[in-house]
Design a protein around this ligand. Structure first.
Ligand code: ADP
Length: 257
């Protein structure tokens, strides 16, 4: 754990969380949710008490990636709080479990909904809350970072073009909200075929970025059809195969946060 959160500064529902880890990317479709969910289940597999907050109200993917028995969030009417649903011991909150599907809302409204979901949830005692951030670097992301003091950020890099946007994300983390960026994940970086390794989106941007920004860790995750299939199946790959190659890669990432 990098930095303890000071409980007295936090909304009640967040006071019992030790570390909040944000997983961010410049755009959608680069594997942010895949990384957030598999990281969370890896941390849980390592013995931590974990929750996932899916802050991507425009396209919540948590409901597809996990299969909790109860697919609707419950309210505690007396305390006016939200009770997270749960799958394999990990607490889950997503707009997709609120029974309204995908959001059609304007920015300020989205911020309000996200903040309400996050801060009125009864998370209970957690070692880690992993936040699957909405893609990009806008107002919603900044507000979210200001509501909850993040312990660490993981940034997803997809190809060289996203380097510029990553810089903005990084500056947001470092300067505006003082979050240490612990790792860059270059996802879907390469694949092996016919005894050769291919880099479909080019090579070297990850190492350049971590050097340039002084980010301590770089992870290159390959394109893995099983990771994609498990994402659609509702059971994260690190849960079905806790000793496999993917699980080991996520354990290395887990150690960094
Ligand atoms: P985001 O949250 O950034 O929108 P997702 O995590 O939903 O992205 O991933 C987008 C798609 O790519 C999903 O179908 C997911 O299963 C797939 N995917 C993500 N990472 C990998 C990977 N390393 N190998 C293969 N498919 C992947």
């Amino acid at each position: 754990p990098a930095r303890p959160i000071f409980p007295e500064q936090l909304p009640a529902g967040l006071q019992t969380i030790s570390n909040v880890v944000a997983v961010s990317s410049c755009k959608g479709g680069v594997g942010k949710s895949t990384v957030a969910v598999n990281l969370a289940y890896t941390l849980a597999g390592m013995g931590a008490r974990v929750g996932i907050f899916d802050a991507d109200v425009y396209g919540p993917s948590l409901p597809t990636m996990v299969s909790p028995e109860n697919r609707l969030l419950e309210m505690n009417p007396e305390k006016r709080t939200i009770i997270p649903t749960e799958y394999m011991g990990v607490k889950l909150v997503s707009f997709g479990f609120a029974g309204q599907g995908r959001a059609i809302m304007r920015g300020p409204m989205v911020s309000g909904v996200i903040n309400q979901l996050l801060t009125t949830t009864e998370w209970g005692e957690l070692d880690y809350l992993v936040i699957d951030m909405p893609p990009g670097t806008g107002d919603i992301q900044l507000t979210l970072c200001q509501v909850v003091p993040l312990t660490a950020a993981i940034l997803l890099l997809h190809n060289f073009l996203s380097r510029k946007f990553l810089f903005v994300l990084y500056l947001n983390c470092k300067l505006c909200v003082q979050v240490p960026c612990v790792a860059v994940v270059e996802n879907m970086c390469h694949f092996d075929a016919d005894g050769k390794r291919y880099y479909p989106f080019g090579r070297g941007s990850g190492s350049q970025v971590v050097q340039e920004f002084g980010i301590p860790h770089l992870f290159e995750f390959p394109i893995r059809p099983t990771l994609s299939a498990s994402g659609d199946s509702g059971v994260p790959e690190v849960v079905t195969d806790p000793q496999g190659e993917v699980a080991r890669a996520f354990q290395d990432l887990g150690i960094c946060v």
